[in-house]
Design a protein. Structure first.
Length: 455
């Protein structure tokens, strides 16, 4: 029997613990530490909660301390790990205010990520804050359940009428919609000149920008935030081009891997994430890293990359669990598949954008097509779909795909994810068996037509 210690118990850690206990029963002793008071919070649902598109936060949790303990784990909550002695295989944590020492045979690091604190005047955290609380009132970071809960409580009080969201990635765009749905005036700020540029090419992001503007959200793109000002609480946000009088500022500029416990002994990626192989093994024997704190193999690049998604966290947790328990298993790699739905406009993507493919050294081309989802004689619930497929001109292999529509086209992106993973060529895709029925699609559907149009 081995003692396996898991540091961090959110998506990745929970997946690892459940897999080890359900698949291998009592073969190992499982101990876990987490500095938070709750686990398994689906942060991707916080905007739905803030925007009152769901009834409350209850459904945003899928596990808890009691469930993991009932399965056989020893769970220490609100117990931050102070340091790890990798040579002696010892974890030191603060439990009930006292230092606690736990030895291990194998260690799984699931420490996740933390908000990036940009070097902006007026933006700083309270000393020793584990919940990302800012020193300036109504300056909010959004990561934990507690952060969302605090924002919601503040919105219930008078005085929060105009909100600035800094960062126009997925989280920033979702939060901008949420605040507008709450009846607030919203300005969305980003140093880039578009939104969601990490996931879509410019012609697609322009569709989302127009969608946001059509719903009353002010876009302040191409502006660098210089300061958040106020006498004890937020009063204005200052950029290099303008000043905005606001009552609340949400910092959503991104996240970075939380890898301080590596002590410089574990190999790291260019952004500080722990480098792992397809078994989730770090550079040190018997030490695994999973979720947002680790790299992952990116099939679209044929190389390791950093792609922080809850779906990746769960998969890497499962892989590490099997390997830590002595059953060798390699992950299949990922494509960074993702999606977003804002005011009914659905956008999904996987793999590389055209811009990123060229930056990665591919001789990349795109092929695109716009059409109705169903035949023209279907008069209701029949929306236009735009699709773009990225492929390598030399190898013909598919590198990425983007789709946008008011139809739910999300299932289509799974096919493209598998196509990238399996190195499917654009020619093979063009002849793929796609069924036809007027209730669902056209005989010459947009996927086939886009593939046929490739150079």
């Amino acid at each position: 029997m081995s003692k396996i210690v898991v540091v961090g118990t959110n998506h990745a850690g929970t997946a690892a613990i459940k897999t080890m206990l359900s698949q291998y029963g009592s073969e190992n002793e499982i101990v876990t530490f987490d500095q938070n008071s709750n686990i398994s919070f689906l942060g991707c649902g916080m905007a739905l909660w803030i925007g009152e598109q769901i009834d409350g936060a209850e459904g945003l949790f899928y596990s808890n301390k009691e469930e993991l303990e009932s399965m056989g784990a020893k769970v220490y909550m609100e117990s931050p790990v102070l340091n790890i002695d990798y040579d002696r295989k010892v974890v030191r944590a603060l439990v009930n205010g006292q230092e606690h020492v736990e030895s291990y045979d194998k260690l799984i690091l699931a420490t996740g990520s933390q908000p990036i604190i940009p070097p902006i005047k007026g933006v700083e955290l309270q000393k020793d804050s584990l919940e990302f609380k800012a020193t300036l009132e109504n300056l909010q970071f959004v990561k934990l359940f507690q952060n969302s809960e605090e924002v919601i409580k503040k919105l219930e009080k008078p005085g929060i009428n105009r909100v600035a969201v800094v960062g126009a990635g997925y989280i920033g765009v979702e939060l901008a919609e949420a605040f507008q749905r709450k009846g607030k005036e919203v300005v969305l700020v980003d140093i880039a000149d578009t939104c969601m540029g990490g996931y879509y090419d410019r012609d697609f992001t322009d569709m989302m920008s127009k969608n946001l503007e059509d719903h009353g959200i002010e876009l302040a793109f191409g502006q660098a935030v210089q300061a958040v000002e106020g006498d004890g609480k937020v009063e204005r946000l200052v950029t290099d081009k303008a000043s905005y009088d606001v009552d609340m500022v949400i910092m959503a500029v991104g996240f970075k891997p939380n890898t301080g416990l590596g002590n410089g002994q574990l190999e790291t990626f260019k952004n500080g994430a722990w480098v792992v192989n397809k078994k989730q093994e770090t550079s040190m024997k018997d030490v695994y890293a999973i979720g947002d704190c680790a790299t992952i193999y990116d099939n679209s690049r044929d190389d390791i990359n950093y792609i922080a998604l809850a779906s990746n966290a769960v998969r890497t947790g499962i892989v590490a669990a099997h390997n830590a328990c002595g059953y060798e298993l390699e992950g299949a790699g990922v494509q960074g598949s993702n999606g977003i739905s804002i005011y009914g406009l659905n956008m999904v993507s996987t793999g590389l954008t055209l811009e990123k493919a060229k930056e990665a050294g591919f001789n990349a081309l795109e092929t695109s097509f716009n059409d109705l989802q169903k035949p023209e004689f279907i008069k209701h619930d029949n929306h236009e779909v735009a699709i773009k497929i990225i492929y390598d001109k030399d190898s013909r292999v598919i590198l990425g795909c983007q789709m946008v529509s008011r139809e739910d086209v999300s299932m289509g992106i799974h096919m493209f994810s598998l196509a990238i993973q399996e190195k499917v060529t654009i020619e093979k895709l063009s002849l793929m068996d796609i069924f036809f029925l007027p209730h669902f699609n056209k005989p010459y559907n947009y996927i086939t037509m886009a593939a046929l149009a490739a150079e």
